[in-house]
Design a protein around this ligand. Structure first.
Ligand code: AMP
Ligand code: MG
Length: 422
């Protein structure tokens, strides 16, 4: 963080926040975040969506045996008829879980079920729909079949000794299937990041309290809870803390002692910098950034002991925008050691959007697809940074970078979904 340049205003003691682009701020944060290395062993089901802490080397091949991909009749491929139909006696049956123990000679075939082991002397399966029964114990097979067809070879999915899953991948439903197919019942995963968060503001009341004039209910803690919950994070909700140094110092110190990351909202706009800033300087380190973005201009990032600190703005929309743009990538990196920025898509904007170049704007949009999957996007109306309904109605951000100076109806714009982040 030492690379951040801070300029100090000549007229007073309040340092003028340094101005950064969204990309620069995100890069600086990501460069400072360390990924969690501690790990724990979990049973398969509880490991879903967790980050693997070890490479998984397959102890066996899958499938373990060459087996049939179809219900039908197994025979030697070199024994298939070349021109006219030929009749084969059926000398036995191979079931999944109950293989045929004899061997198949030229001129014979064996009834076989999907998943059953291919009997000795066979390497080809003819689907049952492609044969004709001749009496009860023989079938007629015609031409046009290929030696080796309808058979799954041993080791075709996984070979013993293969590194099937690499450390730091997030385990998917398919991965749980792979692990169980190898008989692995427990895996080592990284510990989840612990995040402590609280709202700051003397005007904030909790649900159930009475609102005096000028008071508002604390909503940031709930939207933060929702966004954090979706990330599979361990949460420590610390409530509301008033705008005074003692309470803030106590809450920040306590939060840092318990969590890898501390997140607050409010109290970081220039007029209020006095609350969070001196305390952070006393008990940790802080960068006070003015980011060329809308909404969400003020952002503080620093550390308290070994915890990272994000001081998000107070305005409800700004909290969510800065969380998605800065906190979420940081937490993902911390959890996995992989840096992955959210996927973005191009969509046709159905209306005009006015904007001046200079700041990166995150307008809230509704992304829709038509019958053939083409994407269109429109704004959610009023875009003020306190208008939380603009987020509630939206399913994406319309990304309007610094150099964009407006969008005409019909233009393509880049959008970023809230909830399908890789
Ligand atoms: P601040 O950044 O503390 O100056 O707050 C900016 C605006 O956001 C003010 O109108 C606050 O009342 C409002 N605000 C701050 N924190 C919250 C919160 N937790 N819930 C709802 N509104 C908030
Ligand atoms: Mg405040």
């Amino acid at each position: 963080m030492s690379s951040v340049i801070r300029s100090t205003s000549c007229c007073d003691d309040v340092p003028e926040p340094s101005t950064l682009t969204v990309d620069d701020a995100r890069q600086q944060i990501l460069a400072d975040i360390e990924s969690i290395t501690a790990s724990e062993k979990l049973t398969l089901r509880s490991a879903l969506d967790r980050v693997l802490a070890e490479d998984i080397i397959s102890p066996m091949s899958v499938p373990g045996h060459t087996n049939s991909a179809m219900d039908g009749y197994a025979l030697g491929g070199s024994d298939l008829p070349l021109d006219s139909d030929r009749v084969y006696p059926v000398i036995g049956t191979s079931f999944a879980g109950a293989p045929f123990n004899g061997s198949c000679k030229a001129g014979q075939c064996i009834r076989i079920m999907t998943g059953a082991v291919m009997p000795t002397g066979t390497d080809t399966v003819v689907m049952q729909e492609h044969v004709e029964a001749v009496e009860t114990d023989s079938v007629a097979i015609g031409e046009g079949h290929r030696p080796g067809q309808n058979v799954r070879q041993a080791g075709e999915d996984i070979t013993a000794g293969d590194a099937v899953l690499q450390a730091s991948r997030t385990l998917t439903p398919a991965d749980l299937g792979i692990l169980s197919s190898l008989g692995i019942g427990e895996v080592r995963v990284r510990r989840r990041p612990r995040v402590a968060f609280f709202s700051t503001g003397d005007e904030l009341r909790s649900i159930g309290e009475t609102l005096a004039e000028g008071d508002v209910y604390d909503s940031n803690r709930y939207s933060l809870y929702g966004m954090l919950k979706r990330l599979d994070i361990e949460l420590l909700d610390m409530g509301v803390v008033g705008d005074n140094a003692d309470d803030l110092r106590k809450a920040l110190t306590e939060a840092a002692s318990m969590a890898d990351v501390v997140i607050t909202s409010g109290g970081v706009s220039v007029g209020e910098a006095d609350y969070i800033k001196p305390i952070l300087e006393e008990i940790g380190e802080i960068n006070f950034w003015k980011i060329a973005m809308k909404p969400g201009r003020p952002l503080t990032y620093g550390k308290i002991g070994s915890s990272k600190f994000f001081g998000l703005p107070g305005n409800p929309v700004a909290v969510m925008v800065t969380f998605y743009q800065f906190v979420q990538p940081a937490l993902r990196y911390m959890a996995s050691g992989r840096s992955s920025l959210p996927w973005t898509f191009m969509a046709t904007c159905t209306e005009t959007i006015r904007k001046r170049s200079g700041r990166y704007e995150f307008q809230r949009g509704i992304l829709e697809q038509d019958a053939v999957g083409r994407l269109t996007v429109r704004k959610t109306g009023q875009q003020g940074s306190g208008v939380l309904m603009s987020m509630s109605r939206a399913n994406c951000f319309i990304l309007l970078p610094e150099d964009c100076d407006g969008v005409a109806a019909g233009d393509d714009v880049r959008v970023q979904l809230f909830d399908t982040f890789v």
